[in-house]
Write a protein that binds this ligand. Structure first.
Ligand SMILES: Cc1cc2nc3c(=O)[nH]c(=O)nc-3n(C[C@H](O)[C@H](O)[C@H](O)COP(=O)(O)OP(=O)(O)OC[C@H]3O[C@@H](n4cnc5c(N)ncnc54)[C@H](O)[C@@H]3O)c2cc1C
Length: 422
């Protein structure tokens, strides 16, 4: 059976909610051999113009959730991702065991992140931890997800929310305009000019904030990254963790530093393969990065704030994880005291003295020890959802995220299933 497709490039790009396929300036006809085969159209060129309310940069752990939330809140949303799939460290890095959604016997983070995680587990026939129990070790309540299912479901949720996804693209320059930003982006064989009202920086290391010249924090020595792989038995995605090795000095800041981390990590894997009796059964395509830059925000979450479970007036999400700083010699997680559940203030997501930009993810404004607990995936998803709401409402009201009434942010978050600290 063959399906014939004939699509005008511009119309296709306007209509397509997820920019998975690009058609050329002339009409193209592609024949597909079977009903289930994917149809891929020919490559395009030239500059594309996108006018949106919210631009999310980075489709990783936090950014995917931010974009879905922004779209569901009614904002025209574009999601740029330099890689070729959604999920970031959760999928490309292979850290497919997000935590922690629960604390002390009850769920504290829900919303869109939890929806994506639980839909993934259900479709994959996996199992959930029993959140009503407090396990002896914190990682026992992390949820194993099949990263392949997770990434595709994330795309489906983006599409349904009206989010346009642009893979292999990233900002090259940014200029302030009267009511927002002009962001010139580059991909291979393509360029895009984005006019947007709000930016959500979910690049992990606050790369957009850096491009704008806003201050960021960084330690002289950062936590190691890790390369995830498996030698011996076949890997069972969604059922077990991969093997991992530290990549010291791993830095997510630019393509040169990411290349170096990948080359370094893979060399060690190769040495292990040569030593080992078993076969290399799995290797992630990219190093997982634990730490690079954090923003200087309106509010800084300190170690003391984190371990005391400070309840901020402008809290938008809970966070829960031990203080978990990896060093050259390893990690000794320091669990929080019973009953303690830290919170994340909106002010920690907003770069100081900025307008029309907000961040979510591991770059949240925090000192190093607080960040070692805040950086985990459930917390990043909670931040992503909050940033998505704040940016969408700010765009709607023609203001900046910090000027949106907090009660409206809370109300919208609740309406989309999130748990607000109280
Ligand atoms: C080895 C390891 C083990 C971990 N263990 C756990 C654990 O057990 N449990 C847990 O919950 N968390 C764990 N974490 C922490 C957690 O996975 C990360 O901190 C979290 O996923 C970071 O989310 P993020 O959204 O900030 O960044 P990411 O998920 O890394 O997303 C950033 C995204 O932005 C994209 N990007 C970057 N720059 C640009 C650009 N200029 N333009 C466009 N796109 C860009 C990247 O490609 C990526 O997709 C671990 C981390 C590592 C590395």
């Amino acid at each position: 059976m063959s399906n014939k497709y004939s699509v005008d490039r511009r119309k296709f790009l306007q209509r397509s909610a997820v920019g998975l396929a690009i058609a050329s300036t002339t009409h193209v006809t592609i024949a597909s051999e079977s009903k289930s085969a994917a149809q891929v159209k020919s490559a395009g060129d030239g500059i594309i113009d996108s006018e949106v309310d919210v631009l999310v940069v980075g489709g990783g752990t936090a950014g995917t959730i931010a974009a879905i939330q922004s779209g569901r809140a009614g904002a025209r949303t574009l999601l740029l991702e330099r890689n070729g799939q959604l999920g970031g460290t959760t999928t490309i890095g292979g850290v497919a065991f997000p935590g922690l959604f629960d604390a002390w016997g009850k769920q504290v983070i829900a919303g869109i992140g939890w929806e994506l995680v639980s839909d993934t587990v259900e479709l994959d026939g996996g199992t959930f931890p029993d959140f009503s129990k407090v396990p002896p070790r914190h990682w026992q309540n992390q949820v194993h997800v099949n990263p392949f299912v997770y990434a595709i479901l994330a795309e489906e949720k983006c599409e349904k929310a009206g989010v346009q996804v642009a893979y292999y693209e990233f900002p090259e320059s940014i200029r302030k305009t009267g009511d927002g930003w002009q962001v010139d982006c580059i991909g291979f064989g393509t360029r895009r000019r984005v006019m947007c009202k709000q930016i959500i920086d979910c690049t992990g290391g606050a790369e957009v904030v850096g491009m704008l010249g806003l201050p960021r924090l960084r330690e002289d020595e950062t936590q190691p990254g890790s390369m995830l792989f498996k030698i011996g038995e076949a890997h069972q995605p969604g059922r077990e963790q991969l093997h991992r090795l530290y990549v010291h000095g791993a830095d997510s800041t630019n393509s040169r530093t990411v290349t170096l981390a990948n080359l370094t990590g893979r060399k060690v894997v190769l040495a292990k393969v040569r030593q080992a009796k078993g076969r290399l059964m799995h290797l992630q395509p990219e190093t997982g990065f634990r730490e690079s830059y954090r923003i200087v925000g309106e509010t800084m979450v300190t170690h003391e704030d984190y371990v005391s479970g400070r309840l901020y007036d402008d809290a938008v999400s809970y966070a829960f994880y031990p203080v978990d700083l990896h060093t050259k010699t390893g990690v000794r997680p320091k669990p929080l005291k019973p009953g303690t559940v830290p919170t994340i203030p909106l002010g920690a997501l907003v770069p100081k003295n900025s307008r029309n930009i907000i961040v979510a993810g591991r770059c949240v404004c925090s000192d190093r020890l607080a960040n070692s607990g805040l950086r985990v995936q459930a917390s990043c998803m909670g931040m992503g959802q909050a940033a998505g709401v704040a940016a969408a409402l700010a765009a709607q009201k023609q203001t900046t995220p910090l000027a949106v009434p907090l009660a409206e942010i809370h109300q919208t978050l609740r309406a989309h299933g999130a748990i607000i600290p109280s």
